[in-house]
Design a protein around this ligand. Sequence first.
Ligand SMILES: [Zn+2]
Length: 646
Amino acid sequence: MLGISNRGLAKLVSMFKHGDIELDEVPGTRVHEEIVHKHFDSVATHLEIRCSSTRLDTLELAQPHKLMQLLVAENAAIADDYYSAARACSPSMQAPWNLVVAYDEFTPSDSLKPNKMHKKSMCVYFSFMELMDNDGWLADAKWIPFAIARTATHLSCGFSPYLRALVHCLVFGDAESDFVRLGAPVQSDGRDPILIFARLHAIISDADGLRAGYAWKGFRALRCCLKHSNAVANNSDLAHRRPGFVEITNADPSLFIRTSIEEIDEIVDTLIAFRGSPTALGKLETGLGFAKSEYGLLADRSLRRHVGPSRSLIDVAHFDWMHCALQDCIFVTEANALFRQIGGTVIADIKAFLRDTPWQFPSSTNRNCRALHRIFDEWRSSTDGGIKCGCSEALCLFMVLNCWVEEHVLGPASTPFKESFRAMAKVISILLATKRRKMSMTDGAARLASAHRSYYRAHIAAYGDEHVKPKMHYIFDIAEQFKEFVRWCVLDMFVVERLHQTVRDIARLVDYTGRWERSILSAVINKKLETTESRHGLHGRIHQSELFPGVQCARSIGSQPNLGVDDVVFWDDLLCCGIIQACCKEGDELFIIIAAFQQVSISSSFCSRWLRTPDAYVVRRPSSVVPACAWRCEGDLFIVLSYLGC
Ligand SMILES: [Zn+2]
């Protein structure tokens, strides 16, 4: 292209503009095209999706089994994951692996491009719980993105028929392989093949995603919980009329009744059979909590049988804790209510506190947290004047705001507002402690339900039930979900947010909309195939130690989460604290060298003060330390925030 004349270039531009040529047809682009799309094209398939009796869509995607085979065959690191998981737990028809599907909508990040909204897309990934490592981490690299669909061009009939077709295709495969009867073979060069059998265990998304995927009416319906059939909307004037029904403001988890398999089947079948007027249908849908979706996920009888006989497709749905607890629910609701209660210059004060106090954050989160004060910028706040932020930001803000509230607002005297805020902080701390495996799933489930019950009561005592949203109730569902994951650990959408980042970076560069899905998936798959960096190894430039031959050092290390030099970490149940000096590897062993601190005082359940002491070093395994949430230093004094004080 560099040698092309101005006239040639003008001709080319005009061809593109007038749309009379596909990119593939431009002379000279064929070679590039073959390299870029080689892998995707080798596993591509066209899936027919029945959206209505008159509409049949086609989506180009990567056939999930073939894509999995390609990744295991071509990428040694991915192959190692599968082979070691199969050694620990060999998949068979009688003992299938547990398949998890995650999806979420994302908007390509370039807000200055006019066609941005046209590319708002749903991205679907799958993985197996058996691939989770000993630290309870289902790493990003273990998720396989196999389908993407633009909302504007594909999803005008809703996402449920798409989710049905995609999950069906994933589970039941095609004539060559499936996860149920034949198994899906994977093989790495020189090793025996593994035949993978799997059963659908969980479908995870945020509440909006589940609403779209399940054709569920969401929190606007009378029955506003996907999983509890007797939980009805606040002030709906229904609960007292029917025995056994409770409003969403009820804080007693023992009163909620799970929607049974028969009940959900009956709801779906009744809706499909309904032939009345649109108004009557609307009323029926609001009452039952689901929309009529003849070709939606819940109508798929083979999937219903597949997850049964003791579970329904509703039981498979998995609420994401971080969306329910951090981003747009209890943390944000509680913070906004408190700000309104304090009033005056509170927002400006917090903004100044965040901007002027040199808080530092772990290297794994730093990118999102450097400018926390920007959350309070006018142009970012939501229409009702409250705060609005992403999940990673919310997590950092939660900690620092906790500290600010304790130092500047709460004071020694107890007030209902203070109790409510503290009760909310405890709920989130339990969620985080369970996620970090500092608490067992069984213990976490019990403590979460009890803490959330206390929070409900404290919140209603302080503010009434005005701010109680159905999303607040979903934390009770999350406590129940923990019990279904006792063998593993907390599954959440942080991983999907990170996976989206890769897709978003690629989507930003793709302007060609002819076969957009293919362009994106090609690049995503190529990137997955190229990733050879061991997730549990050293990251970045590696040096050989001069002092200790055989020891390699680097600035960061792959762990859960990644750790880096200058990160403050805790170990021994938060009794010890220090700052990482080096990340090292000797043979297969990974370790970190930490300059240990001496404790000065404990300011609150999550804030402590430490002094740096000269020449006190310790060596620890990455899995045995917990990164601090945030810290700031005043000379040799470190003020450190942890989120495990529960
Ligand atoms: Zn519920």
